[in-house]
Design a protein around this ligand. Sequence first.
Ligand code: FPP
Ligand code: MG
Length: 303
Amino acid sequence: MSWVADYEYTWAERISMRALRTCGHIPKHVAFVMDGNRRFARSQQIDKIEGHSRGFSKLADCLRWCLDLGINEVTTFAFSIENFKRSSEEVEGLFNLARDKFAKLLKETDRLNQHGIRIRVIGNIGLLPLDLQELVATAMLSTEVNDKLFLNVAFSYTSRDEITQALETVLQQGNSFISGSNISERLLEECMYTRHSPAPDLIFRTSGETRLSDFMMWQLSGSVLYFSNVLWPQITFWNFLASILAYQRDRYRLEKFRRAEQIQSAQLARTSDFHSERVQQFLQSMDEDRRKLLVRLASSKMC
Ligand code: FPP
Ligand code: MG
């Protein structure tokens, strides 16, 4: 199964897609919490890893829908740090699925490049087995020139860990560049895994759960939250469409809130000297260190 499905639209789906594109505002960034894979597996009497694998196929459909609708960025919750607490059999099964999918990704980089898709894995990848870290790093580097659709795969991720890691980066790497008065919301935000992404406009969680489960809690304060009872492997184009309609209905209320947030963040950035040369140099060196780590991991894969 490719990362971008060859989805065959029905006539009605095609017309609806066109209407949605021409009549309403399309979100720039959509986040998915792909929940309900094991309940789906139980209902079909299949193995839970097969349920996760069917979940991956739906992700590929969703990517196709997002691409065709003109959405620029997709973030998907594939493995929470909390998931390490599941049985070792399931964790290993999920890692094997990821190994298989990232290895396939490397074989289809031409197709991803053709669509302009850049893959970024966001999360504490140091917690993963080394071979998976190397695979993930290679996948990220092999699509890094693309900029039509950004796919952020949250793997070994929780929001609380992301914030803690950002703080650690400031304290450990910021020493020679910044002082305490430079620490601001804006600086922390720029040290997160999502540094290069706008906040999601819409988050879609399946399976009837109405929680965020430690996913992008910092980034979602001004997003439209959409919850559906459908289990992730059963999501259809029409469920997806309903979420976009909900976004189009609710976005006006949120825009006022977002504008106020932006004004406040700009004020905080000014008072903490965020735009100073020292702070910008720190961020640049952080980016360089992060890339160097990927290159090191990718090259040890080749050895
Ligand atoms: C939540 O359903 C889903 C997960 C923990 C894993 C999701 C992973 C995939 C769909 C595969 C993605 C792989 C890559 C490489 C992107 P659940 O297990 O919590 O199911 P339940 O809520 O029914 O128990
Ligand atoms: Mg669940």
